[in-house]
Design a protein around this ligand. Structure first.
Ligand code: SAH
Length: 267
């Protein structure tokens, strides 16, 4: 039997870039403003760089970590906290809803960049149980999350995230703050699910289909990009089809999607 080792070599396939800059770690934790009664779940705690500051303020912290070799390293530091729990599993498949109590979840993570987009979509499916999310992401992904119509980064991720959440870029983090150093710049973003959705899609699948189709050919007009989708709908949608996906606001996408819903139910 191999002895548990407390030496851990960063693995590329788990997207491991460990934070080493204490100033940045403190800045992240200050931005989160953890309270003692908060219900915090950290995704990808790694060797506990952010965890150790958070758990001081908020003893009810739990973590989801895929790499089982990190479990002994985490337990060595945090097993003395009675409510500390490691869910050793893939965050993409994890049921975050099971952790919500009367305290909605606060999600934190220096996310593996290769899974950040699917993970954000997975978390958005639990948005009613989530108070807020603070993520370290590739800066380019933060730019996409926060982009407004007309920006070159505006796309499906912007529209669907802004449907559910307020998006705030907080600050940039350079590659030197990590070991090993990533090749890209990073940034911290806060996503706060809306208490009340500003625009309500009557059928969320229609909104997703519309936005996916529109941006699948972002250089083309909506007439071309939406052709396959609109063939199934017998009617007009309230959008000027000579426009391009990148100029259409969330409100306009929701209105168009609701027209699709209405037409598909009256057929
Ligand atoms: N938060 C730590 C580690 C960041 S590296 C720090 O800032 O130093 C990203 C972490 O996510 C690693 O610990 C990696 O093992 C973990 N991870 C990668 N894929 C994951 C997945 N699918 N589910 C949960 N954790 C994952």
């Amino acid at each position: 039997m191999s002895k548990p080792t407390l030496i851990h070599k960063a693995r590329k396939r788990f997207g491991q870039n460990f934070l080493i800059d204490q100033g940045i770690i403190q800045h992240i934790v200050r931005s989160i403003r953890p309270k003692e009664t908060d219900n915090i779940i950290e995704i990808g705690p790694g060797k506990g760089a952010i965890t150790s500051l958070l758990i001081d303020e908020c003893p009810n912290l739990q973590v989801v970590e895929l790499d089982r070799d990190l479990v002994p390293i985490l337990l060595a530091q945090f097993a003395t906290y009675p409510n500390f729990k490691i869910h050793q599993t893939d965050a993409l498949k994890f049921d975050f809803g099971q952790l919500a109590t009367e305290q909605p979840l606060r999600v934190v993570g220096n996310l593996p960049y290769n899974i950040s987009t699917p993970l954000i979509f997975h978390l958005l499916s639990f948005q009613q149980q989530i108070r807020d999310m603070h993520f370290m992401l590739q800066k380019e992904v933060v730019d996409r999350l926060a982009a407004a119509p007309g920006d070159k980064n505006y796309g499906r991720l912007s529209v669907m995230t802004q449907y559910y959440c307020q998006v705030e870029w907080l600050f940039d983090v350079p590659p030197e703050s990590f070991r090993p150093m990533p090749k890209v710049n990073s940034a911290i973003v806060r996503l706060t699910p809306h208490q009340q959705l500003p625009y309500i899609a009557d059928n969320i699948d229609h909104l997703k289909q519309l936005v996916t189709a529109a941006f699948s050919q972002r250089r083309k007009t909506l007439r071309n990009a939406l052709k396959p989708l609109l063939e199934n709908f017998d009617g007009d949608i309230p959008l000027d089809l000579s426009r391009r996906a990148e100029s259409v606001s969330l409100e306009e996408y929701v209105q168009a999607s609701n027209a699709m819903t209405q037409q598909s139910t009256t057929l």
